[in-house]
Design a protein around this ligand. Structure first.
Ligand code: PEP
Ligand code: MG
Length: 753
């Protein structure tokens, strides 16, 4: 049975459209169960009916015609109960409904199982039998298991088909639902981007002249370096000089021994250049693929993208320049940061990626560039939307393809209002962030990922509240030495000088192993990460701290932040090592000074001991991304549980209050640097709690400033009290939404003014 099940699911998954997917299901299931009839009904949610969509055994003429209203018949019963209904003699059941189109009176045995996705009943899979009999347990579980696996395939096929037929099940005012990537509304023309050359399809081939192959390979790499530098030049006017981390990372990969050296070695071992390149890229990308951390896993697509670009030059198929319309909405199965960077300045109005989530590189980049984005639209038939007019709603994660004129009119109105709102935000650019009763709230920037590209924050932020140091460790073949790190840190410290820059020590771990430092763990998020690794390897920690202290000489705007602290002893040990690095440098003649040192509050243990931690250090910074994950026991990167990961959970709010209270005992400054700080509504709650400063991605600064300049501390405290009376996330969200609407600031959270 298991084999049959796998085969059916596979066939359905590869069906070109809904009709064929359903045909496959009814034919195969009828055969596998030996029943006389198999049918599928799908729910038309707008018309509140269950529609017969496919059958094997009943009259084909009934398909599409038989429509059973909600709560009618046995099909309605299966949907209401959301569990199987197994009847030996269906016609004698009180809910039995005779439909003459199907001529079904002669069937007695009935087994209907619901097709459910995300708690929603999408339809019913039914088998019928002439004779009077109940279906066996084994048959019920077979159908049940099959239906559970078919739900995803059905929604996918439904979405694919809908763009072709505009069938009743998906009229043109229906949207495809993804995940919010970056807020805003866009109307534009879809430009589908796809990998420029198919690396996977390259075969192995013996190289006749390895030296020539090597030369061709090196020429192709040089050509890609040229291409990237040309793109980077295009960003010269719009990008501050220090914001080139993304290009640096790509160029560094192109110069790395693991990419160049390994390919050359393979060429000399006998493979031709293209085959050797394919092997190297796959090996390299797999290391990143295996990482739990979404930020870092994204590097796999960068590696593959670079590989394809080299291949394209090897094959001398120079890319035909893409035509980018005035209002380009970039659409792809997996849009890469490079593809985004290639769109001429001013033409990109939206980004849609079938894969990825809110934490993906492209989403972070879109937020930093203030371009609306929708992520994770797994049902999007990417290859059918090129050139179509689309509407993107980034607040709720919706996409309309070839929408009806009435939908266009409405969204054009909302987009105009959004633009008016943005102009209002811009007007506050040079004003300080202070509440209406005059309390200053410094807004800092998070940086160090690739978020800098085109970001607006570096000018108006009051410094860097979180500089993540992992990236330079990721894109190399070995740990970076002290002088390389000094140069890295100096760049950010001097770019923001005299504003403070908080640099976090390495937050790497089992979930994001370095390619040259593999760690295998069954529970990586509870494993060897952050400060735990730094303390177990003091040589890594000391090198990093020495580099930070040296980089700050003459600038004195460094603050050091320790991640993933769960024991007070870890802070004591870290402080000793930092002091040691300082003393050694003084002995060596460097004029270093001791920076302020802070602790990240990211695990529940640190919440309960925040006073003991605060006593030892200068400031605390709350990492709400991890704190939410550990408080709620929800993996922050797992799409299956993404709906229950929420930093507005009442438990998170209570933990935050406890952190502020504990830190206050020693008059320590409290900052929040998780994504929560960049949510304009959540920011009001944080101020109500007494949080001193907020650190966020550059794209959120003006939104947060706008809302904080509209509230008083008293109002923020009142709102916090009301939020604390809520028992559910949904209630907190409703409260915040309503409050912002009352204040005339609802446009920050949804489309329109
Ligand atoms: C956090 O956990 O909130 C945080 C800011 O750190 P990161 O997202 O890098 O884990
Ligand atoms: Mg964290």
């Amino acid at each position: 049975m298991l084999e049959t099940l796998h085969r059916i699911v596979k066939e359905v998954n590869t069906a070109p459209d809904l009709e064929q997917a359903l045909e496959t299901i009814v034919t195969e299931v009828k055969g596998a169960t030996g029943s006389d009839v198999c049918s599928v009904y799908l729910t038309d949610f707008e018309r509140r009916e269950h529609v017969l969509m496919a059958t094997e055994g009943l009259h084909q003429g009934a398909v599409g015609k038989v429509r059973l209203p909600y709560h009618r018949g046995l099909i309605g019963l299966v949907c209401e109960r959301a569990e199987p209904v197994n009847l030996a003699d269906a016609p004698s059941h009180s809910r039995y409904l005779f439909t003459h189109e199907t001529g079904e009176t002669q069937y007695k045995g009935f087994l209907g199982v619901p097709i459910i996705q995300n708690r929603k009943v999408l339809g019913v899979l039914v088998v019928r039998q002439h004779i009077q009999r109940s279906f066996e347990d084994e048959e019920v579980t077979f159908l049940f298991t099959l239906a559970a696996q078919l739900a995803g395939a059905i929604t996918h096929a439904q979405a694919t088909g809908s763009l072709v037929t505009h069938s009743d099940l998906a009229p043109p005012n229906r949207f495809l639902q993804g995940r919010p990537g970056s807020p805003g509304v866009s109307l534009g023309t879809a430009v589908v981007v796809y990998p420029p050359a198919d690396l996977d399809a390259v075969p192995d081939r013996p190289s006749k002249d390895p030296d020539r192959e090597e030369e061709e390979f090196r020429t192709a790499v040089a050509a890609v370096v040229q291409d990237l530098m040309a793109i980077e030049d295009r960003f010269e006017e719009t990008l501050p000089a220090e914001d080139r981390a993304l290009f640096d990372a790509w160029l560094m990969m192109l110069g790395s021994d693991s990419l160049i050296g390994s390919t050359v070695r393979r060429i000399h071992e006998g493979n031709w250049a293209s085959g050797a390149l394919r092997e190297t890229i796959e090996e390299h990308a797999k290391v990143f693929d295996a990482m739990e951390d979404i930020y870092l896993r994204e590097r796999a697509s960068d590696v593959r993208d670079l590989g394809r670009r080299i291949l394209m030059h090897l094959q001398q198929r120079v890319a035909r320049p893409t035509d980018y319309p005035e209002k380009t909405v970039l659409v792809g199965d997996e849009v890469s940061a490079m593809q985004l960077a290639e769109v001429p300045h001013g033409r990109l109005v939206g980004v849609v990626s079938a894969r990825g989530a809110s934490f993906s590189h492209v989403a972070i980049l879109a937020r930093a560039m203030n371009v609306p984005a929708v992520m994770g639209l797994s049902d999007l038939p990417v290859n059918r939307v090129d050139g179509r007019f689309v509407i993107l709603e980034g607040y709720l994660g919706r996409l309309y393809v070839s929408p009806a004129p009435s939908v266009i009119k409405e969204y054009q109105r909302l987009a105009n209002e959004d633009q008016a709102l943005f102009r209002e935000l811009e007007a506050d650019r040079d004003l300080p962030c202070e509440t209406t009763d005059g309390a200053r709230v410094p807004l800092y920037m998070n940086t160090g990922l690739i978020t800098e590209l085109g970001s607006q924050g570096s000018e108006e932020s009051e410094g860097v509240g979180l500089y993540r140091t992992e990236l330079p460790f990721m894109v190399r073949d070995s740990f970076p030495g002290e002088s390389v790190q000094v140069a890295n840190y100096q760049r950010v410290l001097s770019a923001f000088h005299p504003r403070p820059v908080t640099i976090r020590t390495l937050d790497i771990g089992g979930d994001k192993p370095l390619p040259y430092f593999p760690v295998e763990e069954s529970n990586p998020f509870l494993g060897w990460r952050g400060i735990r690794i730094s303390l177990d390897h003091p040589e890594i920690f000391l090198t990093q701290v020495r580099a930070m202290l040296r980089a700050a000489i003459g600038l004195d705007n460094l603050r050091i932040l320790l991640p993933m602290v769960s024991h007070v002893q870890e802070v004591d040990d870290s402080l000793l090592l930092i002091q040691r690095a300082h003393d050694e440098l003084i002995e060596e003649g460097y004029a270093v000074t001791m920076p302020k040192i802070g602790v990240m509050i990211e695990v529940p243990a640190a919440v309960y001991q925040v006073d003991a931690l605060a006593r030892r250090i200068d400031f605390v910074s709350v990492g709400t991304n991890d704190l939410t994950q550990y408080l709620l026991a929800v993996d922050r990167n797992n799409a299956h549980v993404a709906d229950i990961y929420d930093d507005l959970h009442p438990a998170v709010l209570r933990a935050l209050i406890q952190i502020v209270t504990g830190a206050r005992e020693y008059q320590r400054e409290v900052s929040v640097c998780g994504e929560m700080a960049g949510n304009p509504a959540a920011a009001v709650l944080l101020i109500g709690m007494g949080v001193d400063s907020l650190s966020m991605n550059g794209g959120s600064l003006l939104r947060v400033k706008w809302v904080l300049r509209s509230v008083s501390r008293a109002r923020a405290r009142e709102l916090l009290q009301a939020a604390l009376r809520c028992e559910k996330v949904s209630e907190v969200k409703l409260l915040l939404g309503n409050t912002l609407e009352e204040m005339g600031l609802g446009g920050l959270l949804r489309a329109g003014r």
